[in-house]
Ligand binder design. Structure first.
Ligand SMILES: Cc1ncc(COP(=O)(O)O)c(C=O)c1O
Length: 451
């Protein structure tokens, strides 16, 4: 046993480990990966590199997170300097200056009176934190019976019990028992017959927000704490919101006193051409969850941005008493804060959100050149995001998508995400027009290869 452990350690020290058994990889087909690994050892700007030095064009900003591109000097240096100065400081009852600066900078970017930031380390933690704040807010404001949480079919809010209960992806839910009691779901907003090949927000579907009225009628508003949605559902294959849908959700939430939470883990920090999708859609939610792009993926960081009135509801009672019994050891970790500050400076100085905005049309033009290729059932675009639905092979849902991902990596030097048979693209914001062309050429080759 000891010998095996030592052997594993020795093997895993090498750039090319010869024993891949120990790491049970997340959201991965482990056996297929270990039979034919897609290994990455280095990254710079728009590219990953394999151990053999082969360049892989990053069509997905890693996992939707490396928005500023990879290993940017400014971000790397900020992390290195911070590590040399302050490795860790508790954020329970103590603080460090960079955390406060980052919180202020994020609050400045958020719309309306979304002025307070609670730090977490992952989008999943942020989702569960927001849901807990919503329920606790009810308790503190004399509405302790408001405990129900409403999500949406095909929604993804990470993998905590709160997130999967409110989320609507069956594979993420079905193995894990009865989940949180009291969650209910809006219908998802995708309808291929009505929306296929829409650029940006589809015309059809705003009325689906009215389903919230049905849910309220069923449970009574007095039992519901919050409604949580992604402004654009990302992980279930990129579903831009129908025109007017989010405004309608806001109106119905206001009418019934429900808190509205936008999960902006993917859409936050520029992906739709605005700091937050809330700004793009002219809707101020009561809370925004964020992660990923806040540090351009360089160090784990996430959080919840909260409106003034919600924060104020907690800031009562004796001053020596903790107001919210919730937090993570690594909330506001110094390395994450340093990475966030350098990332936000990079977004600002290189005008990267504006760059996304300016590229939206040409990006969509490029993506839509794939229309008409074999098995392409739909293409959707929004900001610097695109998705292509491929027809599933008979009795093998997801196989064509999986093969597309493998071929893209091994044969064409391209990374993208797949969900079932949907290919999702979301490159870093520094992508050039030439690289957009390269991405689309490679995707076309892959689509033909898996026909
Ligand atoms: C909208 C949304 N919420 C939450 C999460 C979960 O984030 P994490 O994987 O950091 O827990 C994700 C991850 O992709 C996401 O897209």
């Amino acid at each position: 046993m000891v010998a095996r452990a030592q052997g594993l350690r020795a093997a895993n020290d090498a750039a090319n480990p010869n024993d891949l058994a120990a790491w049970w990889m997340p959201f991965t087909a482990n056996r297929a990966f270990k039979a034919r690994p897609r290994m990455i050892t280095r990254a710079k700007d728009m590219h990953y590199y394999t151990p053999e030095g082969r360049a892989i064009l990053d069509g997905s900003a890693g996992l939707w997170c490396c928005n500023a591109g990879h290993n940017r000097d400014r971000i790397v240096k900020a992390i290195q300097d911070q590590a040399a100065d302050l490795d860790f400081a508790p954020s329970f009852q103590y603080g460090h200056p960079t955390g406060f600066t980052v919180a202020s900078r994020i609050a400045e970017l958020a719309p309306g009176d979304l002025n307070h930031v609670f730090f977490c380390n992952s989008g999943s933690e942020a989702a569960d934190t927001a849901l807990k704040i919503a329920i606790a807010h009810g308790y503190l404001t004399g509405q302790g019976q408001r405990t129900r949480l409403i999500g949406r079919e095909r929604g993804y809010h990470g993998v905590g019990f709160g997130g999967i209960s409110v989320g609507g992806i069956v594979s993420n839910r079905k193995f894990f028992g009865s989940l949180l009691a009291g969650a209910d779901h809006l219908p998802h907003t995708y309808n291929r017959a009505e929306q296929a090949f829409s650029r940006g927000e589809p015309e059809w579907g705003a009325h689906l927000a009215d389903e919230l009225e049905r849910i309220v009628a069923l449970h009574d508003a007095s039992t519901i704490a919050a409604v949580m949605v992604e402004p654009m559902a990302g992980s279930t294959g990129v579903l831009p919101p129908p025109k007017g849908y989010l405004k309608r959700l806001r109106q119905i939430c206001d009418k019934h006193g429900l808190l509205l939470i936008f999960d902006e883990v993917i859409t936050g920090f520029g992906r739709t051409g605005f700091a937050f999708a809330a700004e793009r859609y002219g809707v101020v939610p009561d809370m925004i969850t964020f992660a990923k792009g806040v540090t351009s993926g360089a160090v784990p960081m996430a959080g919840v941005i909260v409106r003034e009135g919600i924060y104020d509801a907690f800031m009562k009672g004796p001053e020596h008493v903790i107001e919210l019994f919730h937090g993570y050891t690594y909330s506001g970790h110094p390395l994450a804060c340093a990475a966030a500050l350098a990332t936000l400076d990079t977004y600002r100085d290189e005008r990267l959100f504006e760059r996304v905005n300016g590229m939206e049309e040409s990006w969509a033009d490029a993506m839509f050149t794939l229309q008409g290729l074999p098995n392409v059932l739909d293409i959707r675009t929004l900001g610097l995001v695109g998705a292509i639905d491929l027809a599933s092979r008979p009795d093998a849902v997801g196989q064509r998508g999986f093969e597309a991902m493998e071929r893209a990596f091994h044969d064409h030097g391209l990374m993208f995400r797949v969900t079932g048979d949907t290919l999702a693209l979301s490159p870093p914001f520094i992508v050039t027009e030439d690289q957009v062309g390269e991405i689309v050429d490679k995707v076309a080759k892959v689509i033909r290869a898996v026909a």
